[in-house]
Design a binder for this molecule. Structure first.
Ligand SMILES: NC(=O)c1ccc[n+]([C@@H]2O[C@H](COP(=O)([O-])OP(=O)(O)OC[C@H]3O[C@@H](n4cnc5c(N)ncnc54)[C@H](O)[C@@H]3O)[C@@H](O)[C@H]2O)c1
Ligand SMILES: O=c1ccn([C@@H]2O[C@H](COP(=O)(O)OP(=O)(O)O[C@H]3O[C@H](CO)[C@@H](O)[C@H](O)[C@H]3O)[C@@H](O)[C@H]2O)c(=O)[nH]1
Length: 472
């Protein structure tokens, strides 16, 4: 039986870092080395200011770092030393070439796999941790097999990650399930069991699911597509609510009480963001097209189309409410991250919204408790356009508090559901006092009690609710 003693993780990002830090925390008998090509990222992991903000992450890293958890740029040494290697590199949507805008860019997966094949001096279990199209493990296997010898053998597993940002440590410590796919061969099953043994250091055995390789790869794309589909479904209903006087919170609650539906992931919003949902659905769409299943591709594509519609619909509502023009008006945007409790801005709805406000020549003031100003400027700049950051700086002000952002504003827009924007945390009377009148407030996150804020004097619009909901 294979016993794992030494783990290497290639890729020290949002997944590799937290996942393997928790693994080290829960398995003091295993040495874990997380490697990355980015020197800056590794230096940050080795400092007191970790490169990622996640509640509980500091405690886990500071507890194990230097004992059985190491961060390094020496990729080759860590590969050589390891008996199990997680490949946790980025798999972004391709920007050019075949499948541009849809297919996953597998260049990083391939280069990490080639590196493993080139430098390994002993047998390894190679674990695909990144999210990849179904059957990617086959390509990895082909590369690894071509470099196998009678002494060096590679087994390949799929072990997709289901953590959500903002709750990564909680999710990793107490996962709903861990999924491990393997080729159903003698050696594949032995490798699968070795990884099951690692996880059962802390995850109850019944929550560790073993499947074949391809089911595991596809389940990851399927889970994200279904989660995003729920959000697009409730967002589609939010438009009906606004037009009819139904209240989207009430509809979600009533539907969610059906145990077959369940209550989670039914929060209407200004649109889902994050690095995964859109990318993984497009990946599934592309896969379906490649498999000559156009109806299946169209079905999943609609989830993304609905998300874009929701963002545009929100902007249209803001402009029409502000008397059909926001030129020179000050718009205060509360929140820039794609969800609360993270500093991550990838695919955040805020980016689309603010770019639209800038197009309309509004003055935009942004406050987010965790996102760095430089990140905001970068996200709002158009890639490849000279001096675009200077243009952005002219139109956008980055603020230190919600009060500063709202001072003199015509409208306040809640884009991220940070707790500090709740009406029992933020002094909305103070905000109102500092605003131009009429003072408009648009809640894209169903975060505030509209009635309470209307009493202060705000003109309030909430996604999925109209002002007369239930009364007329
Ligand atoms: N972010 C999430 O919440 C999340 C959750 C589940 C799954 N995933 C999936 O996990 C994968 C990683 O996502 P992420 O958010 O951690 O990405 P990330 O961009 O934060 O991190 C990836 C890291 O890999 C490094 N890297 C790339 N090629 C390398 C190589 N050849 N050698 C060494 N390092 C290399 C990069 O420098 C980068 O630091 C993706 O496939 C993603 O879809 C992400
Ligand atoms: O009811 C809801 C739930 C979420 N969202 C939005 O949806 C996006 C994604 O949220 P969430 O899924 O919580 O965060 P992610 O970190 O993107 O996690 C998703 O993507 C990861 C990467 O693949 C998976 O591992 C996780 O299981 C999956 O939840 C965010 O913009 C949320 O604000 C809503 O609008 N309404």
């Amino acid at each position: 039986m294979t016993v794992v003693k030494n783990i290497c993780c290639i890729g020290a990002g949002y997944v590799g870092g937290p996942t393997c830090a928790v693994l080290a925390y829960k398995c003091p008998d295993i040495k874990v080395t997380i490697v990355d090509l980015s020197e800056a990222r590794i230096a940050a992991w080795n400092s007191s200011n970790l490169p990622i903000y996640e509640p509980g992450l500091d405690e886990v890293v500071f507890e194990c770092r230097g004992k059985n958890l190491f961060f390094s740029t020496n990729v080759d040494a860590a590969i050589q030393e390891a008996d199990l290697i997680f490949v946790s590199v980025n798999t972004p949507t391709k920007k050019s070439g075949m499948g541009a805008g849809m297919a996953a860019d597998l260049a990083y997966i391939e280069s990490a796999t080639r590196r493993i094949a080139e430098v390994s001096t002993s047998s390894k279990i190679v674990v695909e941790k990144s999210t990849v199209p179904c059957r990617t493990a086959q390509s990895m296997r082909t590369i690894l097999d071509a470099n196998s010898t009678s002494e060096i053998h590679f087994d390949i597993l799929s072990n997709p990650e289901f953590l959500a940002e903002g709750t990564a440590i909680k999710d990793l410590l107490n996962p709903d399930r861990v999924l491990i796919g393997a080729l159903q061969t003698e050696s594949g099953i032995e490798a699968q069991n070795a990884l099951v043994d690692v996880y059962t250091h802390w995850v109850p055995k019944e929550r560790v699911i073993t499947t074949n390789l391809w089911s595991s790869e596809l389940s990851k794309l399927a889970a994200n597509a279904m989660l995003a589909q729920r959000i697009s479904s409730i967002n589609a209903l939010s438009a009906i609510c606004e037009a009819t006087g139904a209240d989207v919170d009430e509809v979600a609650f009533a539907c969610g009480k059906d145990t077959r539906l369940g209550s989670k992931f039914l929060k209407a919003s200004v649109g889902f963001g994050g690095s995964c949902f859109q990318k993984d659905i497009l990946n599934l769409v592309y896969l379906s097209q490649q498999l000559n299943l156009p109806e299946v591709a169209d079905y999943w594509q609609q989830v993304v189309i609905m998300n874009e519609y929701q963002k545009k619909r929100f902007v249209r509502n803001i402009i029409s409410t502000l008397f059909n023009t926001i030129t020179n008006k000050k718009i205060a945007v509360l929140g820039f991250a794609f969800k609360k409790d993270t500093g991550d801005t990838r695919e955040s709805a805020a980016i689309t919204l603010i770019k639209d406000f800038m197009q309309e020549n509004a003055r935009v003031a942004i406050y987010d408790p965790k996102v760095e100003p430089q990140q905001i400027y970068m996200d709002l700049s158009e890639p490849g356009v000279v001096d675009t950051q200077k243009e952005v700086e002219k139109k956008v002000q980055i603020c230190q508090s919600a009060y500063e952002a709202a001072d003199g504003a015509d409208a306040v827009i809640i884009v991220t559901e940070w707790d500090e924007f709740r009406d029992d945390q933020l002094d909305y009377s103070k905000i109102y006092a500092g605003m131009h009148k009429p003072a408009f407030l648009f809640d894209g996150r169903l975060l505030i009690n509209a009635q309470k804020l209307r009493q202060i004097g705000f003109k309030v619009s909430v996604i999925g609710k109209n002002e007369l909901a239930g009364t007329a």
